[in-house]
Design a protein around this ligand. Sequence first.
Ligand SMILES: NC(=O)c1ccc[n+]([C@@H]2O[C@H](COP(=O)([O-])OP(=O)(O)OC[C@H]3O[C@@H](n4cnc5c(N)ncnc54)[C@H](O)[C@@H]3O)[C@@H](O)[C@H]2O)c1
Length: 289
Amino acid sequence: MSTSTPAPIGVAAALATRADSSITPREQLWDQFKLTDRVGLVTGANRGLGLEAALVLLEAGARAVYCIDLPTEPGEEWKAVHDYVVRLGTGGRLEYISQDVTDQKAMWEVAQKIGDKEGRLDVGVAAAGIALVGKSCLEYPADEFQKGLNVNTNGVLYTAQAVGRQMVRFGLPGSIILLASIAGTVSLRGLESLPYSTSKSALLQMGRTMACELGPKRIRVNTLSPGFIHTEMLQPLIDSFLPQWSSENPLGRIATPDEMRGVIAWLASDASSYCTGSDIVVDGGHHTW
Ligand SMILES: NC(=O)c1ccc[n+]([C@@H]2O[C@H](COP(=O)([O-])OP(=O)(O)OC[C@H]3O[C@@H](n4cnc5c(N)ncnc54)[C@H](O)[C@@H]3O)[C@@H](O)[C@H]2O)c1
C-alpha cells in the first residue's frame, strides 16, 4: 500500500490542476445541501424547532419527512406547514405520527414501518424535549427528575437507535442530529434547571459515543446546542427572563427558530460529510461570556 500523501481532491483543487478547463461552470456548493429522495424522521415536530427542522429537510428536497409528537392529531402550526409544503411543489411529503418518544419498542417499530414503506431512512432529528425548571437542586423530587431524563435523554436515545437501526438495515449513510442545548455545557443564570441541564449534558456524550460506534457504518451523529430561542417552550418564562437572556450574549437578543435552519440543513446533508461526534453551538455568543 502506498504511503504517499494523497493528492488533494475537491472542486478548488480540480479547478487549479485541470489545464483543459474541462469542468463545466455550475453551482457546486448548493448541490451538497440537497437531500433529494432522502427520508427523514423528526421528533417533537408538531411545532417549534422540530417542525422547523422538518420543513428544512423538505425544502432541501427530501422525499418524505415523518414528524413524531404526542398529540393524536397534528396542530394548526403543523397543518399550515403541511399546506405550505404542498404549495412548494417539490413533491416531498410531510407526514405525522402520534408517538411518545419514551417508548423504546414503539419508537423502533415506528422507524421500522417507515423503512418498510420508504425503503430507506437517511436523517434523524431528535428534537422532542421538555423544560423542567423552577425547583432548587436540593429539592427536585425523584419523579420529576426522572421524567426530565426520560424524555430529554432516554427519548433521544430511543430516537437515535430507531433511526440508526434503519440506516444499518439499508446499508446507507446517514445523519443523526440530537437537540442538546447550551444548558448542557453552561449553567443558565438565575434559572433552577437541574433536570433540564443534566439531561442535555448527557446528550453531548451520547452523541460522541454513538458517533464513534457508528462512524464505520457511515452514520454521523452530532449534537446541536442552541442558546435561547423564542418557541412555546420558553413562553412561560419569557416575560420574566427576556431582558436578562437578551443581555447575556453579544448579539443582544434571543433567537428565532428559523435561525437554526442553516445549521440543520448543513448537519443533515453531505455538506457536513466530515462532521461527526461534534457539538455545534449556535447561541449568539452566549457561551463566550
Ligand atoms: N427553545 C429553546 O430556547 C431551546 C434551546 C436549546 C435547546 N432546545 C431544545 O430544542 C428541542 C425543541 O424545543 P422547542 O423549543 O421547539 O420546544 P417546544 O416545546 O416548542 O417543542 C417540543 C416538542 O416536543 C414534544 N414532546 C415533548 N415530550 C414528548 C414525548 N415524550 N414524545 C414525543 N414528543 C414530545 C412536544 O409535544 C413539543 O411539540 C428540545 O429538545 C429543547 O430542549 C430548545
